[in-house]
Design a binder for this molecule. Structure first.
Ligand code: ADP
Ligand code: TRP
Length: 321
């Protein structure tokens, strides 16, 4: 099966990004054909500063590679290195009713927040549809927030196929409800915008500080505690197998376990889990040309796949004359 997803290059990564999206993508390489890209065209809707976008793009690539994305087994590229996607986006625009875009929550939310909408923000879902359809993607892992954008992509694909015959595979969303919401320090969804994150790549001191800030209730040390309602437990379990989770649960229920003690254990676990990835990331970022070479190679392979779809599109639409 062909699995495709993109991630915007948007600053520091947190456990929510990792467990909600990146780890899942990286695990797919084992058994599926994985297509993964850095959505830098999309990021232009929120990052107007060129220097920041360029730096963020390179870092996002290094992050994915450090966390285990293997460019030998998967296709990994930067969106703007395959500009064919823009041509397809234009074609798809002609099959996209205004009303479909006007109904998109993420657009409406941004407008409601007072962001002056421009055409890039409005057309965002069409470009996302082009990302997906250009590569004949069958499965698209995304967070819940992207569900509607996926429906838009499917609607557009069906419309085009009705007009021209079977041009595109109809993509299925892959939304995992359990990890869909990694909780943050305060138990709400972990998110940059809530400032409740535990970040992946940071020094020990700031990692410990973030973990010590996890909100807990005032139950005294000696009392039994309810693991399900504890933010520390709910974050800890992401790192535990079934057996380890059961052991920790038993210690909660037995009483005598202080939150300070579990937090310290969580700190050591998170630190040790990400230490090799952090080291690899530092190496990659010390050699930006090496990262660029990997990305150029990925883009070349992606363009080859893209060209096949685009040839058919040009023929059917009459752009090839
Ligand atoms: P943020 O909410 O911090 O701004 P983004 O919107 O940039 O995060 O998310 C990038 C990716 O990470 C998306 O695929 C999103 O679904 C996933 N993601 C972000 N936060 C979480 C979370 N708390 N739980 C699960 N997945 C998440
Ligand atoms: N809009 C997605 C997000 O913000 C990123 C994205 C762009 C994407 N194009 C995509 C995700 C295509 C999946 C498929 O998370």
């Amino acid at each position: 099966m062909r699995v495709l997803s993109g991630i915007q290059p948007s600053g520091a990564l947190h456990l929510g990004n990792y467990f909600g999206m990146m780890k899942k993508m990286i695990d797919y390489q084992e058994h599926q054909e994985l297509f993964c890209f850095i959505a830098n065209y999309h990021a232009m809707t929120s990052v107007p500063d060129g220097k920041s976008l360029a730096k963020g793009t390179l870092e996002a690539a290094a992050n994915f590679l450090a966390l285990g994305l293997d460019p030998e087994r998967s296709l990994f590229w930067v969106q703007s290195d395959v500009p064919e996607v823009q041509e397809l986006a234009w074609v798809l625009s002609n099959f996209t009713p205004m009303g479909l875009l006007e109904r998109c929550h993420s657009y409406k939310d941004k407008v409601a927040k007072g962001i002056a909408p421009n055409h890039g923000l409005f057309a965002y879902p069409v470009l996302m549809a082009a990302d997906i359809l250009l590569f004949q993607s069958e499965l698209v892992p995304v967070g819940k927030d992207q569900k509607q954008h996926l429906e838009v992509a499917r609607d557009i694909a069906i419309k085009v196929n009705n007009e021209y015959g079977e041009l595109f595979a109809i993509p299925e969303p892959d939304i995992d409800d359990e990890v869909a919401t990694v909780p943050g320090l305060d138990g709400q969804k972990m998110s940059k915008s809530y400032k409740n994150t535990i970040d992946l790549f940071q020094d020990e001191k700031s990692l410990r500080k973030q973990i010590m800030r996890i909100v807990t209730d005032p139950t005294p040390v000696e009392d039994p505690k309810d693991p399900e309602r504890c933010n520390v437990f709910n974050i800890f379990r992401l790192f535990l197998d079934k057996e380890q989770e059961k052991d920790l649960r038993t210690r909660y229920v037995a009483g005598g376990l202080g939150y300070g003690e579990v937090k310290e254990e969580l700190f050591v676990t998170v630190r040790d889990y990400f230490a090799p990835f952090t080291a690899r990331r530092t190496e990659l970022l010390a050699d930006p040309e090496g990262v660029r070479r990997i990305l150029a190679d990925g883009a070349q392979k992606a363009r080859y796949v893209a060209a096949k779809t685009l040839r058919k599109v040009r023929k059917k639409t009459g752009l090839a004359y």
